[in-house]
Design a protein around this ligand. Sequence first.
Ligand code: CAA
Length: 264
Amino acid sequence: DKEYEYILTSKPDPNVTLITLNRPKALNALSNGLFHELNHALARAELDNDVGAVVLTGSEKAFAAGADIKEMKDKEFADVYGQNFLSHWTQITEMKKPVIAAVSGYALGGGCELAMMCDIILASPTAKFGQPEINLGIIPGAGGTQRLTRAVGKSKAMEIVLTGRNITAQEAEAWGLVSKVVGEGEGQVVKEALEMAKTIASKGRLSVMAAKEGVNAAYELSLHEGLHFERRLFQSLFATKDQKEGTTGMGAFAEKRKAQFTNQ
Ligand code: CAA
């Protein structure tokens, strides 16, 4: 992939984009350049009509060891505030298509936060999650005090953020941060993430997008408003061909046929 310096992109399946963070010498530290390339690749996957889901991964040793400390260390308040430092990290959260993080090795600081910006996290048994910013005289700056707290609750989030200790893949699974710890073996977590992405990509694109929107709304809305939003989304899908009798979705179920979604 000549186009990018810090990431690799491929389509291991016609309907799935795989993005691999690729700064091995820096354990995939999330530099400015890396993030701009990541944003570019995500935008491309979002626009690719064949693609229904994205997998984001790193190396066996590191998903990402955090924001690039060397790039950050001399910055002043005027720089980071003036340039709204890290604001370009949020694009991944605007994706309509699902993104699965396949995490091996270190997912620390910004690396843990990037994984949490994805929709599903799969971890290999070697994965280590943490928010070590407290050891650098700062605090997490891309969701580590917010998304982590929603994922694991106050006491555990406080422990992770205040002590800076890493948690194991097994702890992360027990605490609900990751959906599954896969079996051992190099590449296993990417393999399973690609399988899951393929499954998701085989569903109707519109209902997948609506489902993702619905789950994400649970983080923003009261239960009453959330249920209202969900019902409206649910009802709106009855305007799609994928749902219609005789075409695919419900029609296929009634006729005991396999659905052929057209994403319309
Ligand atoms: N930024 C820049 N470079 C990094 C880096 C980072 N976050 N993490 C690792 N590297 C570099 C190292 O400097 C080293 O480079 P050199 O060979 O040029 O010295 C290379 O990657 C390999 O790292 P180590 O030699 O340290 O590897 P290790 O196996 O001994 O240790 C580690 C691995 C425990 C992950 C250790 O590298 C480490 O502690 N890294 C920093 C983790 C961290 O503090 N992350 C939070 C960053 S702040 C942040 O992310 C803010 C935010 O909320 C957005």
